[in-house]
Design a protein around this ligand. Structure first.
Ligand code: AMP
Ligand code: FE
Ligand code: FE
Ligand code: ZN
Length: 297
């Protein structure tokens, strides 16, 4: 039986709602053999996850999902928010540590500003939202969603994101994130392997604008490949089927690593552990390139 490999999962260290130790148990129960821990902009869940590993039979790949942005070189270009997975990074690398710290500080201010805006139309306060964010966790819109759900405004996180939390809505406030080429370098400097998360969805912004001929799309990806991009998360529930075809063509052009993952967030999103998986040979390629932290078991 080939190993079941899921390389994208969140905990209470960011916007998931499993504690890191609970995630280990849930992954094992879901039949996962190798799991990557990829909280947004922090690796603070790693210690608890590692402590829960013993005897579980699970292999853990330390990782991160770093916030980044792409700004095209056009006069009125609108920044596009993108997520970069980094596998096998060393959390103590000073450049990465500084970048994580900076993003989280800005996320904190930004969430507070969003709550201020929301408070004009909803009964919600920063104090309530702050209490929904575990100490040291990366603050995100799902923490606001939790309070809106508690107060009966929405049935679940997805509905809150279709409502006032959407990125193009009147309450949204963006936060600082490094440019993608810089984020790729930061992950590489920290010994990690950078893989673009959910690159071609119907709803979220992408690193590359895909409504252009394939040759142009490939040219745009080339810039990031030259900066050190190692792979693409192709099998993800939010990538469109047509998008996966394009991503496969790009991966083939540049011999990129192809991953498939769940992007599990506990009960906060419908994504189930193991719903998409990565081939063992692709994990091997990741491990060959990673020089920060290795897998733990
Ligand atoms: P933020 O990091 O504050 O910009 O919020 C984005 C996070 O919210 C993502 O990492 C997702 O985990 C989550 N998210 C985004 N869209 C949705 C959605 N439609 N339903 C549930 N969660 C979402
Ligand atoms: Fe998330
Ligand atoms: Fe993401
Ligand atoms: Zn994610």
């Amino acid at each position: 039986m080939p190993a079941v490999i899921d390389l994208h999962a969140h905990t209470t260290a960011s916007d998931g709602d499993d504690r890191p130790s609970e995630l280990i148990g849930h992954a094992r129960a879901a039949g996962i053999d190798v799991l990557a821990l990829t909280d947004h902009d922090t690796m603070s869940g790693l210690e608890e996850a590692r402590d829960a590993l013993s005897g579980s039979g699970l292999t853990l790949l330390p990782g991160i999902e770093l916030s980044a942005q792409v700004i095209d070189q056009e006069p009125r270009a609108v920044p596009r928010s993108v997520h970069l997975l980094g596998y096998g990074v060393d959390p103590h690398n000073p450049v990465l540590a500084h970048e994580m710290e900076k993003i989280r500080a800005h996320r904190d201010d930004r969430l507070r500003l969003m709550v201020d805006k929301l408070a004009t139309d909803f009964h919600i306060s920063w104090d309530e939202v702050r209490q929904a964010i575990p100490p040291g966790a990366t603050p995100g819109r799902p923490h606001i969603a939790e309070i809106l759900i508690q107060k009966g405004y929405f049935p679940d996180t997805t509905a809150a994101f279709e409502g006032p939390l959407r990125a193009d809505g009147p309450y949204h406030v963006p936060h600082y994130a490094p440019r993608l080429h810089r984020a790729i370098q930061v992950i590489r400097d920290a010994g990690g392997v950078p893989v673009l998360a959910h690159p071609y969805t119907g709803a979220r912004s992408g690193a590359v604008l895909h409504d252009q001929p394939l040759a142009r799309v490939i040219e745009h990806y080339q810039v990031f490949v030259e900066a050190g991009l190692a792979g693409l998360e192709i099998d993800h529930r939010e990538n469109t089927e047509e998008g996966k075809d394009v991503l496969r063509a790009v991966a083939s052009e540049f011999s990129l690593i192809r991953t498939g993952s769940s992007d599990y967030h506990g009960t906060r999103k419908p994504n189930q552990l193991g719903e998409n998986t990565t081939a063992p040979a692709e994990l091997e390629r990741i491990l060959e390139q990673a020089t920060g932290l290795s897998v733990l078991s």
